[in-house]
Write a protein that binds this ligand. Sequence first.
Ligand code: DUC
Ligand code: ZN
Ligand code: ZN
Length: 468
Amino acid sequence: MPSYDLIIRNGTLGTSTGTLPADLAIKDGKIAEIGSNIAKSGPEMDATGLLVLPGGVDSHCHIEQLSGAGLMNADTFESATRSAAFGGTTTTISFAAQHPGMRLRDTVSNYAKLAEKGALIDHAFHAIVADVSGENLTHDLPALIAAGHRSIKIFTTYDKVRLDDEAILETLCTARDHGALVCFHAENDGLIRWATKRLLAAGKVAPKYHPASHPRLAEVEAISRMCYLSQAADQPIMIFHVSTVEGLEVLAQARARGVQVVAETCPHYLLQGPELLDQPNGAAFMCSPPQREPTDRAALWAALANGDLQAVTSDHAPYRMDETGKFAHGSDAPFNRIANGMPGLEARLPLMFDAMMQRGLSIADFVRLTATNPAQVFGLAGKGDIAIGMDADIAIWDPAHKRTFGENDLHDNCGYNPFAGYTVTGWPVTVLSRGAVVVQNGKIIGKPGQGRRVPMQISDAMKPANRL
Ligand code: DUC
Ligand code: ZN
Ligand code: ZN
């Protein structure tokens, strides 16, 4: 008779393909058996009335990172991954951010040390490439890719970190030669600068003018251009945080030409509008791209339902509402000098569980969009689903638990919740990472440093079609 480390009994398992009532046994951090009559062999957990889902994979979160504007965000790996675990997420992919003048290999190795010390859950990194000079592309990036850092992030805007088209093409070619995915923050830099200059000159400096400074055409143009560069280099890409209906149309047109492009959106583009910025604490809701219109939200929801968008990530970018964060340039700084971003690691899954169930999506849709797809796109073997042999990264949900978010009830270091007042039904009550309990009964049990780096394997989303 096998002896298991833990059996979770009487729950309903939720996988990327459906649900089934079953018990689940864990051995050595992995799912070892799924069935209805697993013999008792050690510790047990009762999940009667609960859903046993894979822990979330948040493939877009900014942790302990210098922003494009050179500001350190509010979270350490410890605080961010604690917050993630409370929200049912068990794997993060955050950003090792190169700034011009830095060697890429040092950027990633220094960042890995922070994660090794602080992370409570498993993790991987995207390498932000902001300087392609010297040996960064010829030596460092291939070596990093070989070591399992198979995701590259590029900004098309933000002065300090953006790359021009030629540098983007060179990076796409390096990714193609060595097996990596290139992801984009896609907004047209010139359009943003032009709009910003005109707004400031007209004295329109408050946070409520931020959306006008990031026109929707900036996103549409840059997504389109990145799709053409992907086509030219014959290398797949990923577009981060799609916010507009026209952005979705551009993606559909590119796919019809054969461009291999996957894309994500985030809870704030699905649930929030730009009117939130027109209030005294409007800076709390500033992000780029900005929240858009009801028609955009409807189109994004439709794209999640029909498969045109592959993932919902948090874009967790925590800046406190004080001089260490949003107001580093003064409490009356103009919108273009206020840090962009909101905390989202913890609220992502409860928000999406509630919103998806309300809109008629299935548990399997929720699992795929928040865990399975991001794990598969980034080649995180063993993550993002419930099946024998997968890592026992599990979130046990009470689907009936109702909660209204408070002003400052998250476990990160950000000090506010941009979804305060929002009521959700469904909550992760127990969270396991590789079989070990990290959150139970509202308490953190996991320890900093117990998370491991997950090397990325070459995924289908990274492979060129060989049309060159
Ligand atoms: N926009 C970004 O590009 N990154 C972090 C947060 C944000 O709002
Ligand atoms: Zn971005
Ligand atoms: Zn981001």
